[in-house]
Design a protein. Structure first.
Length: 399
């Protein structure tokens, strides 16, 4: 019985242990200067934008792309099952539009596959890199230049810094932006500074054409995360480019934000089911990249184990009539996790240049917003979903 108690206590503490590990990574990364890649020769680049009814925002992105401090690139817009004016607006900006009507192909990966097919057929061997943007993105004028510099260093995928356009729209948009602040600091920058694989987040990243010339060929809802999971197995190198900044529109309604988060969780679980056996096999001769990405891939399984262990503790407390003692343990565990995450939030907001005093609600609520990922991580095991449900964009911006 004592062994069982120790086991369920350890399982319930897995989330806290992982956060402590992340804090250590942050401390290490904070002590290192942020590296900036030196200027490199411009390589040919295809910029791919996947759209599903994006007439409100596509013009803003294409104008920003037309104003890039970079000369060797061509923009492709995939109008994927669009029923609005996305295609016609895009053509006004002189870019190449791929009109793709396929009701049975509903994933973003399908649109990316169509773009790769088009490039392969009409521009064989012309491009070195493929850069991907969502239609609501707004890159800085030097974005392509900075990404090209990073790719010239020899990496296979380079991810830019995710910023936000409409932080002030609502509390929900602030929390969504806060989540990206944490991800940029605790995942992207910390991984980069510790020479570990960096995740990509759907937009503002560049990949070598050789990796995707035959199609994106991902099977889950998260074509970006699956690309990382798959290619880390193949020994590919992923980096972060702190000075390649792009902004995106945050969801401003709770329903839209929750649907987005649930889609991510479902996709992550799909990835783990697809690649779990391959990672177990690779762990026989592990590298630090494999180990890091294995934990990233299994985050929903860790959430499930944590929740189940807490439920077991509650059941045991009721059966053995030791509810008070176990309640104290769970309360202390929750508070410890809350303050550890709060320390990460503080570090992330400081890095993003946000003052805590003027953003107290975001500061204290972000750990609870992170708890949504744990809940959805558990829920994702019981939902089957393969359709790309797009967040509606309105062109909102604080600027």
């Amino acid at each position: 019985m004592i062994v069982f108690d120790i086991f369920i206590i350890f399982m319930s503490l897995t989330g806290l242990l992982l956060m402590l590990r992340q804090i250590i990574m942050n401390i290490i990364s904070n002590r290192k200067p942020i590296y900036s890649y030196p200027d490199a020769n411009e390589e040919s680049m295809a910029v791919v934008v996947c759209c599903r009814n994006e007439e409100e925002v596509i013009g803003r992105l294409l104008e920003a792309l037309n104003n890039q401090e970079y000369g060797n690139y061509r923009v492709f817009v995939v109008a994927h099952n669009c029923t609005d004016n996305t295609a016609s607006i895009s053509k006004e900006y002189g870019v190449e539009v791929i009109e793709y009507d396929a009701p049975d192909k509903n994933r973003k990966a399908d649109a990316l596959n169509k773009a790769m097919e088009h490039i392969r057929n009409y521009y064989p061997n012309e491009f070195e890199y493929i850069t991907v943007f969502d239609a609501d993105s707004l890159p800085n004028t030097n974005f392509l230049k900075k990404i090209n510099n990073a790719m010239a260093s020899g990496c296979d995928v380079a991810s830019g810094t995710y910023d936000y356009l409409n932080y002030s729209t609502s509390l929900v948009s602030k929390l969504c932006a806060g989540l990206y602040m944490v991800l940029m600091k605790t995942d992207s920058l910390a991984s980069f500074q510790n020479n570990l694989p960096v995740n990509v987040y759907g937009s503002g990243f560049c990949v070598r054409y050789e990796l995707v010339k035959n199609g994106w060929n991902t099977k889950s809802l998260v074509e970006d995360f699956e690309l990382v999971v798959r290619e880390v197995l193949n020994g590919k190198k992923f980096t972060f480019v702190p000075d390649a900044v792009f902004k995106s529109e945050m969801p401003c309604k709770l329903s839209a934000a929750l649907k987005q988060r649930l889609r991510w969780s479902i996709g992550d679980t799909q990835c783990s089911k697809i690649y779990f056996k391959a990672y177990l096999k690779s762990l026989k001769h592990p590298t630090k990249d494999i180990v890091k990405q294995f934990f990233e891939m299994c985050i929903n399984q860790i959430s499930l184990v944590t929740v189940l262990s807490i439920l077991l503790i509650i059941v045991k407390a009721i059966i053995t009539k030791t509810l008070f003692g176990w309640s104290i343990f769970l309360a202390v565990e929750f508070l410890a996790l809350y303050f550890v995450v709060l320390a990460m939030v503080y570090d992330s907001m400081k890095y993003a240049g946000k003052k805590i005093k003027s953003n107290l609600a975001v500061f204290f609520l972000l750990p609870f917003w992170g708890l949504v990922s744990v809940i959805f991580g558990v829920v994702s095991f019981f939902i089957r979903d393969i359709e790309w449900k797009v967040t509606e964009h309105k062109g909102l911006s604080d600027e």
